[in-house]
Design a binder for this molecule. Sequence first.
Ligand SMILES: Nc1ncnc2c1ncn2[C@@H]1O[C@H](COP(=O)(O)OP(=O)(O)OP(=O)(O)O)[C@@H](O)[C@H]1O
Ligand SMILES: [Mg+2]
Length: 425
Amino acid sequence: MIIGVLSVWLKAVPERLWHWLVNQSTMVVTVKDDDAAFVWVKEWFLVQKFLKRIRHVDLDTTLRSERITMIPAPGKHWFWFGGRPFEVWFSRTENTQERTGRRIESFTFRTLGRNRPLLQRFVDDVMHCHNKSKGTQSYLYVYDDGWDYVESYSPRLLDSVVLQPREKEHLVQDVAQFRKSKQRYERLGVPYHRGYLFYGPPGTGKTSLVSALAAHFGLSVYTANLANFNDRSLMIAANRVPANSVLLFEDIDCMRSSQSRARADRPSEDNGKKNGSSVNTQNGITLSGLLNVLDGFHAPSGVLFVMTTNHVEKLDNALLRPGRIDYKLYLGKATDHQKLELYRRFFPDSSEMEARGFVEASRSSETMAEFQGLLLALEQGGGRMAGSGCERLTNSDAELACLADMDSVEEQSQDQFRLQAAIVD
Ligand SMILES: Nc1ncnc2c1ncn2[C@@H]1O[C@H](COP(=O)(O)OP(=O)(O)OP(=O)(O)O)[C@@H](O)[C@H]1O
Ligand SMILES: [Mg+2]
């Protein structure tokens, strides 16, 4: 028996020796797909000359929106960097343990020698490449045991979100000011992050504004559905958000115990007794858990926190204080000014009178989402150019017919809204 074990062990010696030698004489960098750097490495591949000679490639439409790009396929590839050969192992596994069947991907880079500065140069090169594209790229990530990159996301254009005069400019100025104030914050010893709250009725542009704002500054959006977190997992997720990103909490009022810190801080008797565990281990976060993420010791640096809600009155004052929420913006019912501007975006050649006539005739649409639905219907029906009847808005019969027609198409546009919400959710 002992001899049997010994002979098995001895047989494995050459292999172990080989692994030991390899480990001693090489350096390795691994990046997994739950880290933001995973996408940065993919972006880096796109600008490497060696990509041209790689014969096994994957098609990717996520890195350069609307364009197909080629990245190395799963498996082993090699290239030169800094005069040294590098091997990259792209691994992709199906995650059979989880219901979602999520694929797990990772890159493992290995190179000869023990020259740490070379490895650092390699990492810096990836980072440099990311920084170069950052001004123009904005990605969306959702959390599922790690930040997953949402392939189907296309960011909004800032111009396409219509607010009250000067509101958008003021907000953009605020973000720009924050982004160039890192050193000032450090000098003053103030944590470098800023909280924004967009509040107001549904369909007024809160989510669209976050997407557009992030895209304008080339920031990626990390969106966390608070219902899927507990205090601990939220802290872990927030810590993994890189600087120069937006961390988005939608419908912040739906968090457990959003109304009272006292209540949130006190584990409910029921929970304590039934589960024998702290309230923090359940799904749903407490107010103090959220406050810790926003400005506790673990708050990520260089991040814009954006929160949205339909019910600002439900929020605790502790959450609303500066340092946690530094900028509040109310997005209300659509004004004529907003409607006119959106109309002109749809029909740039229209006259002032046509635009005003349409706005007048669609008084019943209270939010920009509703008004957009009407415009989509109008546009789909050929718009004013094709003489949809909406041109003659002074004629009340035509007006009613036109709006009735819009109603039916409005249902279709509701689906589009849901689709968009689904992308962002
Ligand atoms: N201010 C706006 N300017 C341009 N489009 C808008 C505006 N507000 C809403 N929309 C349009 O309405 C739709 C819904 O907007 P969005 O999802 O941003 O609203 P929301 O305020 O986040 O709503 P909710 O509170 O339900 O999440 C989008 O398709 C968007 O294009
Ligand atoms: Mg929204």
